[in-house]
Write a protein that binds this ligand. Structure first.
Ligand code: ZN
Length: 303
């Protein structure tokens, strides 16, 4: 397992972590500057933040700073009530894929969607099996473009508390079942003695979503190096005051992050540890510099 205690070369900042400073929205260029000034080598931006600045300008700044993208947030939301809705989702995901490619991201992260309408407050139906089928089919369609673009897709299983409104894939096991069905490994013709092939479809392991799962270790082993595309960290606070925007700083909650990182690295994962904290009442109320400095310190002490 890599030693993170001496430096922060494997730290990535998911830019949602500092999307607000003292409660005020921070433009993405300021976030990129602040990260680069601190020697942070990687980020994972959100599409809305990129759109607000403009893709070309963000791409230019990312390259000027020499920043890597540990992922791009996000594609997904594959479910809909009719063909027009499914087509719109497909089109939007194609655009997300193109943006990820322009920014040279490691992967496009997928939050797959759940019951259509639920996120806006009124679910159109109660058929979660139908939603799961639409997600499966939608990923299958996007995968053709992903392969052509050389941009891997990372399914992010979300905690079951989001099964109604954000993602109906809630465990690593379910995510990997979808991976195995749509992107079987090893590929035919591959040299079994050769180096592992990068999968076109894999998972983003976010400790906030999966830390509780009794099958976590076995599913990380099942994923293997080929399917472990991203590793997201924050902490689970007790009590959690908000289902979406009360994530904790690493070390402030109950997740044994180093243990999970050990399992992921045992499989050969060598990527960034991406800090992703949504915190309306705490970290988004603080000054961005303080938050980034704390991320660096906790990356060294608690990840
Ligand atoms: Zn995440």
């Amino acid at each position: 397992m890599r030693d993170f205690s001496q430096d922060h070369r494997w730290l990535s900042i998911n830019t949602a972590t500092v999307r607000k400073s003292r409660g005020q929205e921070v433009p993405l260029p300021e976030i990129l500057d602040a990260c680069a000034r601190r020697g942070i080598r990687a980020v994972s931006p959100w599409r809305d933040q990129v759109a607000a600045t403009g893709l070309a300008e963000v791409s230019r700044q990312v390259k000027a700073h020499g920043l890597a993208l540990s992922g791009y947030c996000r594609g997904g939301m594959f479910t809909a009530t009719d063909d027009g809705g499914l087509k719109a989702a497909d089109d939007d995901n194609r655009r997300a894929l193109d943006e990820a490619r322009e920014l040279d991201a490691t992967c496009l992260v997928l939050v797959v969607g759940a019951l259509p309408g639920a996120l806006a407050g009124k679910a159109a139906h109660k058929n979660i099996a139908l939603s799961r089928q639409q997600v499966h089919d939608g990923i299958g369609r996007l995968l053709e473009h992903s392969r052509a673009a050389g941009m891997p897709l990372a399914i992010e299983p979300l905690h079951p508390m989001y099964a109604a409104d954000r993602a109906c894939i809630n465990t690593m096991e379910h995510a990997l079942d979808v991976c195995d069905a749509l992107d079987p490994l090893p590929r035919s013709g591959a040299d079994p003695e050769g180096p592992p092939q990068a999968a076109a479809l894999g998972v983003a392991v976010d400790v906030y979503h999966v830390w509780w799962d009794p099958k976590l270790r076995e599913q990380i082993e099942r994923a293997g190096r080929e399917r472990l595309l991203a590793f997201h960290v924050c902490d689970w606070l007790t009590p959690t005051r908000d289902l979406l925007n009360d994530r904790g700083m690493m070390g402030d909650g109950v997740i044994d992050i180093p243990r999970i990182r050990g399992w992921v690295e045992e499989q050969g994962f060598e990527g960034y540890s991406e800090v992703e904290i949504f915190s309306a009442q705490d970290w988004w109320q603080r000054e961005m510099g303080e938050v980034l400095d704390t991320c660096i310190a906790r990356h060294r002490s608690s990840v």
